[in-house]
Design a protein around this ligand. Structure first.
Ligand SMILES: CC(=O)SCCNC(=O)CCNC(=O)[C@H](O)C(C)(C)COP(=O)(O)OP(=O)(O)OC[C@H]1O[C@@H](n2cnc3c(N)ncnc32)[C@H](O)[C@@H]1OP(=O)(O)O
Length: 152
């Protein structure tokens, strides 16, 4: 079972050392975690971006970046990744399920969105199998836009 914990001084180095596979990196499925953390600093005044270290027991196995849009009542999985050596063990699915639970427990929010780069078969499968539906395609970023109504 995974656990989401705030990124702190304690786990920061582990988080930035996490890596996806070479193929996933070449396909640009996700930005490096160090960039995501830099973006958290950039947008810190908005107070709506939340980076998490994903733990399995004492080990940091992945990273999650949430972006909350209160006006649109939307939770967004901006970025998520599982280190290449921990992939295929169910952690990716558990991350999405954990965010679904957070959004459901937050009465101000109705919708969860997550966009993936076209060709990311694992992310497509995980989101579709959890009930997300395709709402469009972003030509600029080559991303499939996915949405889940968490109130249904
Ligand atoms: C919003 C965004 O951030 S989109 C970007 C997401 N991040 C990335 O793509 C970065 C690189 N990839 C990763 O970090 C990981 O592969 C993740 C996060 C996408 C998935 O994490 P994992 O821990 O490997 O996933 P998990 O073990 O939960 O398996 C997911 C499912 O995909 C299935 N799967 C594996 N390979 C494939 C494939 N090629 N095609 C379709 N499904 C597949 C698995 O069988 C599993 O199915 P199940 O849940 O029914 O058993």
């Amino acid at each position: 079972m995974i656990e989401l914990k705030e990124v702190t001084e304690e786990n920061f180095y582990e988080v930035i050392q996490l890596k996806v596979s070479d193929d996933q990196e070449k396909s640009r499925f996700v930005a490096p975690n160090v960039r995501s953390l830099a973006e958290c600093w950039l947008y810190r005044k908005n107070e709506d971006v939340f980076p998490y270290a994903v733990y399995n027991g004492d080990e940091v196995v992945g990273f999650l970046l949430l972006d909350l849009d209160a006006e649109e009542s939307e939770y967004m999985i901006w970025r998520m990744m599982v280190d290449a050596k921990y992939q295929g063990k169910g952690y990716g699915r558990q991350i999405v399920e954990a965010v679904m639970e957070m959004a459901r427990n937050d009465e101000d929010y109705d919708v969860l969105i997550a966009d993936y780069v076209d060709g990311n078969a694992v992310m497509k499968y995980v989101l579709e199998s959890l009930g997300f539906e395709r709402t469009g395609f972003d030509e600029e970023y080559n991303e499939v836009l996915m949405k889940l109504d968490v109130r249904k």
